[in-house]
Design a protein around this ligand. Structure first.
Ligand SMILES: NC(=O)C1=CN([C@@H]2O[C@H](COP(=O)(O)OP(=O)(O)OC[C@H]3O[C@@H](n4cnc5c(N)ncnc54)[C@H](OP(=O)(O)O)[C@@H]3O)[C@@H](O)[C@H]2O)C=CC1
Ligand SMILES: CCCCCCCCC/C=C/C=O
Length: 341
């Protein structure tokens, strides 16, 4: 008999996740029935949505398993479509073993599970990052919504993270001038020296607006917004006429200790006067093109046009630490929980 461990919500709070907000519960799994498989988690994806979904008491009450995605090994199977020994992506939540297949009924539209495509020699964990949901977010969220043209100036926030680092590199592939915004000078060095960004600004240091003007003297044509808040309002105030803004997230609002939403300057004046186009999106919009986009990112990786980094936290017990690392910016690159490590 297999005993699965899973993280359930123990307490809702408005600020940053604390270890006592969650607990590990054991669950005895039944014998597999015909058509089922048993998946053993190897890598768990640590994404910003975890921090804000677990605040939603209605959708995620106390006692419910924390949502999330993972790369798992098919450990046992009575389903020929999911053979033993294959690696699978699954929307299984924060748990060590899962009986599948899941139904395709995720309210956010995330794929329930799929056998990983061939990644050549790249690690399976890449299926949670550049060759998975965050990579698709970067690729289509940027190219599809910003429609960048060679020579244009692109600004991206959370630039040293899983999504932002890929957005900036794709902008370089498309011949743009790229300004990355992130929270430490060390991240900035990686962006410029290794990834080839043109400029970097540490948003935690003073005079952000002036530094942005210096980094983008001809104005900004495309903005990939991962943060919202005042930093985004300042960026919008320096956009060029007919600029495009892809709204991917608002992480500046997700871990405010006081529980109050941060305030930011009004942006409508800039939208009107500069005739900007601002559009939000959910990556699930591109579910029908999922594997095509993964393939495009894989090809750029193989050609050396995309570089990629992971921030790996080892051990299932360290899930709270991994979330705190992500939300406090301790990571450079994609945060992965290595369950077997
Ligand atoms: N719309 C969609 O379908 C999707 C959207 N997203 C969004 O993409 C964004 C990036 O996600 P992901 O790449 O996984 O995460 P990252 O790897 O970028 O990690 C999060 C980063 O956010 C930064 N951060 C934390 N707090 C703040 C703050 N108060 N202000 C500014 N930056 C902050 C930190 O970097 P730093 O050191 O720079 O502060 C941290 O490293 C998120 O907003 C997420 O919600 C992700 C997937 C799908
Ligand atoms: C895995 C179950 C919950 C999935 C939430 C889906 C969010 C996908 C898009 C991400 C949005 C951004 O932050």
């Amino acid at each position: 008999m297999v005993v699965a461990k899973k993280y359930v919500i123990q307490k809702h709070r408005s600020g940053l996740l604390q270890p006592e907000d969650v607990k590990i519960v054991e669950e005895e799994l039944p014998e597999l029935k015909e058509g089922e498989f048993l998946a053993q988690a190897h890598f768990i994806s640590i994404d910003p949505y975890i921090q804000y979904l677990i605040h939603d008491e209605e959708k995620h009450p106390v006692g419910s398993t924390i949502p999330g995605t993972q790369i798992a090994l098919i450990y046992d199977s009575k389903n020929p479509k999911f053979p033993i020994g294959k690696y699978i992506y699954g929307n299984f939540g924060m748990r060590t073993y899962t009986i599948g297949p899941l139904k395709d009924d995720d309210p956010y539209g995330m794929p329930p599970q799929y056998i990983l495509p061939d990644f050549n020699s790249y690690p399976y964990s890449y299926g949670l990052g550049i060759l998975g949901m965050p990579g698709i977010t970067a690729n289509k969220g940027f190219l599809g919504l910003c429609k960048p043209q060679p020579g244009e100036t692109v600004v991206v926030t959370t630039a040293a993270g899983a999504v932002g680092s890929v957005v900036g590199q794709i902008a370089k592939i498309k011949g743009c001038r790229v300004v990355g915004i992130a929270g430490s000078d060390e991240k900035g060095k990686w962006l410029v020296d290794v990834l080839g960004f043109d400029k970097f600004i540490n948003y935690k240091r003073p005079d952000f607006a002036k530094k942005l003007k210096d980094a983008a003297p001809d104005g900004i044509d495309c903005y990939f917004d991962n943060v919202g808040g005042e930093i985004s309002s300042i960026i919008l105030s320096q956009m060029n006429k007919f600029g495009r803004i892809s709204v991917s997230g608002s992480i500046s609002a997700h871990n405010v200790e006081s529980g109050e939403e941060p305030k930011a300057s009004i942006v409508q004046r800039h939208l009107v006067l500069r005739q900007l186009k601002m559009e939000g999106f959910m990556v699930t919009r591109w579910r029908d093109e999922w594997f095509e986009i993964i393939n495009q990112n894989l090809q750029w990786l193989r050609e050396g046009k995309l570089k990629y980094k992971e921030h790996i936290v080892c051990g299932f017990d360290n899930f709270p630490k991994a979330v705190v690392d992500l939300m406090t910016g301790a990571n450079t690159g994609k945060v992965i929980l290595n369950v077997m490590g």
